[in-house]
Design a protein around this ligand. Structure first.
Ligand code: PEP
Ligand code: CO
Length: 457
């Protein structure tokens, strides 16, 4: 029998990567305030996402999850939100053309603020301070004041998430995502080859819409054409915050974390007996679990038993982040075990976190070729095993940054310094993101993928 769960039962378990707040009173006050704030998302929306992810796990849809590694307070600007949203829309159109199936769009946005760090401390010129842990916890400036975890940041993160979500809802449902406006989603710095390929698709969509109109079907009244569904997600790392936003849904009487539609547990905090798994096992939201090269398949099976005891399709997405050099030796065994046990999961590929290197010029970066290679291997492994490669999870932005090397723009080690803006890990820029979408669309057109899609139960 399951042991008793409550939104605070994680507190009795060992927790990694949580900050220590000096002023506990300030923390309690901030959390009490957040407990009274309105939900950011509704339980019904999280249920709707779960049913769409169930379609993914059954091979009838494909998941596109992406956004910033870490959102920040200073980069909070409507243009940044709009540009990221635009790229995701563009990518989704490209993928829809490839897969001929619905693309489930989930942003790493409106709450992706807390970061696990490889080291708790950072030393610069002999001075040691607490590492930057994301804007919801402390500041990025290398000063003593900034690096002290500050509970007021929890409130600011909530407020920024609320405004971001408000704009995303307006963009998705207020006409911006209307397929009739597809030509307006262009991003001016996208490399010409991809920009042209996208325009070709946009022209074909225009033709389809004109044809439908000629047949008397007015696209303006068809919901799927004039609006889109866009969901939010973030890593459920800062459990104080997540607990404060966990509520009972009046319709179902069940617990939902209303800070985002989907929450995931990171590769560093997925211990079977740890606080993070304890927290997510009691909430009804769709849950992601990062699966890295140190994942033990038997432990993973136990985690699945705990987090998804009813084996509900759509409940768990396994976000695999092995690295291009490790995926072949690690992933097949994991897939086989999970499959043999009959576990219903969505298999997603995060080709970012296992491919981070330091450039000779001193930047944390990711070569686009390695990102491509991990995606390609992910599809090949599933093809061999007869399992369904259900989605991708990307760190990306709509801005013209130079953080990942390579791609059609041929960003070199020397170029990285030009527009290196990330607060944490290097992101694909809009041009590189679109390139990845075109690459994936080729795999999605693969006959075997299409047959897997239709043969999954
Ligand atoms: C992340 O998604 O930003 C992250 C920290 O990933 P992982 O837990 O896979 O290292
Ligand atoms: Co990251």
């Amino acid at each position: 029998m399951k042991s008793q769960w409550s939104p605070s039962s994680w507190r009795s378990k060992p927790a990694k990567h949580l900050p220590i707040y000096k002023d506990q009173n300030q923390l309690t006050n901030a959390l009490e305030e957040i407990k009274k704030f309105p939900p950011l998302v509704f339980a019904g929306e999280a249920r709707s996402l779960k049913s769409k992810l169930a379609n993914v796990s059954n091979g009838k849809a494909f998941l596109l999850q992406g956004g910033d590694c870490a959102e920040s307070f200073v980069d909070f600007h409507p243009d940044n939100i709009k540009n990221s949203f635009k790229v995701i829309l563009q990518m989704a159109v490209v993928l829809t053309f490839g897969a001929s199936c619905p693309i489930v769009k989930v942003g790493r946005i409106a709450g992706q603020f807390a970061k696990p760090r490889s080291s708790d401390k950072e030393t610069v010129d002999g001075i040691e301070l607490e590492s930057y842990k994301g804007d919801i916890i402390n500041g990025i400036e290398f000063t003593k004041e900034d690096r002290i975890p500050d509970p007021k940041r929890l409130i600011q993160a909530y407020n920024q998430s609320a405004s971001t979500l408000n704009l995303l809802r307006a963009f998705s449902q207020g006409g911006y995502a209307n397929l009739n406006k597809i030509h307006q989603w262009n991003i001016n710095f996208v490399e010409e080859e991809n920009a042209n390929k996208f325009i070709e698709i946009a022209d074909r969509i225009d033709e389809c819409l004109a044809f439908m109109k000629a047949c008397g079907i007015n696209g303006d009244n068809v919901r799927q054409i004039y609006e889109t569904e866009f969901f939010t997600s973030h890593e459920a790392l800062l459990l104080d915050y997540e607990e404060a936003l966990t509520r009972i849904d009046s319709t179902s009487g069940k617990w939902y974390d209303v800070s985002a539609h989907m929450l995931w547990v990171g590769d560093r905090t997925r211990q079977l007996d740890g606080a993070h798994i304890e927290f997510v096992r009691g909430i009804e939201n769709p849950i992601g679990i990062k699966v890295g090269p140190t994942s033990d398949p038997d432990e993973l099976l136990k985690i699945l038993d705990i987090v998804n005891s009813d084996n509900e399709p759509g409940k768990v997405t396994l976000i695999c982040r092995m690295g291009a050099d490790k995926i072949d030796s690690h992933l097949p065994n994991i897939i086989k075990k999970v499959h043999t046990e009959g576990k219903a999961v969505v298999w997603a590929c995060d080709p970012m976190h296992g491919n981070t290197i330091k450039s000779k010029t001193g930047f944390k970066t990711r070569p686009v070729n390695n990102i491509f290679s991990e995606i390609q291997k992910f599809f090949a492994i599933h093809k061999t095993l007869g399992t369904y490669p259900g989605g991708v999870h990307l760190e990306m932005t709509g801005a013209d940054v130079t953080e990942c090397m390579g791609g059609l723009q041929q960003i070199t080690e020397e170029d990285l310094k030009n527009r290196y803006h990330t607060f944490c890990d290097p992101r694909l820029n809009a041009s590189q993101s679109l390139e990845i979408a075109f690459l994936i669309s080729e795999y999605l057109k693969d006959e075997k993928f299409l047959s897997l899609k239709s043969s999954q139960i």
